[in-house]
Every structure is written in C-alpha cells, then in structure tokens.
Design a protein. Structure first.
Length: 149
C-alpha cells in the first residue's frame, strides 16, 4: 500500500502539470489569478519548467536508491541516477512542442529506471504503483502541448 503522505504529496506534485495542460486546452484559464500569477506559472512554460525540476529531483531519488548498493552495482546505480537530470538539462529546450516531446521522453525513460531500481529491491515495495500513476498523468498532461502547441 502506498503511504498516505507519499500519495498526497505525489498527487499534489501533479498540479503544475495539470494547470499547464488546462491553460493550453482552455485559454480563458490563463486569466485566472489575474496579474498576480506570473507568465512563468502559466501554460506550457510551467509544465516544461516544473517538469525539468522534477526530472532533476528524481535523479536525486534514484541516487538515494543507489546508496543501498556496493561496488560495481553502486557505480552503475549512480551513473544511471544522473541520466534524468542530464536529459532535462540538455534536451528540454527549443520550441515548446519539441521541448515537451523531449520532456515526455525523459519521463518515459525515468519509469524504466524506476522499474530497474525497484526490481533490484532498492525502492520501497509500493514505489512502482505510485510512479505508474504519477507518470501516466504527467505523460497525459505533456501530450497537450505536444498536440496543441
């Protein structure tokens, strides 16, 4: 069972992705919050910026999982753990639609890394259930700028 706090925080972490997708699908939502909401926190920009942060954060999570290993397995784990952050840094740029494709690819790759770490017993037993839910929503939200921008 997914711990309640992890589930609540994970779902709350989806809000910027959902907000960005909503702004693209329903442009009047861009005016919600008026001038107090900066353009940085609207539309595709918020999805891309926040997604980059989350891929980097997830690199740290995977790094933490890698600390449970020793020797060559640790070196491989540490090496794999930095891939999401490097992917975000080098690949999430350019036109919004292209950047969203690359960000979505990063999240698709991340779920494979999650699976690898979980399969090795380095992640909690509930990890993949949570990650599959969160990744499905993230990819659905990133499909919006890919299809409509």
């Amino acid at each position: 069972m997914i711990p309640r706090s992890a589930l609540i925080l994970g779902l709350a972490g989806l809000l910027p992705f959902v907000w960005g997708a909503l702004n693209v699908l329903y442009p009047p939502s861009l005016a919600w919050g008026g001038p107090m909401v900066s353009p940085m926190f609207k539309g595709t920009y918020v999805s891309l910026t926040y997604g980059t942060v989350i891929l980097s954060f997830m690199s740290g999570v995977l790094w933490g999982f890698a600390t449970k290993t020793k020797g060559a397995a640790a070196a491989v784990g540490y090496g794999l753990s930095v891939i999401p952050a490097l992917w975000a840094f080098f690949m999430v740029n350019g036109q919004p639609g292209d950047a969203a494709v690359n960000l979505a690819a990063g999240f698709a790759g991340l779920i494979l890394l999650d699976f690898s770490f979980a399969r090795q017993g380095l992640a909690p037993p509930w990890w993949m259930r949570l990650r599959l839910i969160l990744t499905a929503v993230v990819l659905a939200c990133l499909a919006v700028p890919i299809l409509y921008e």
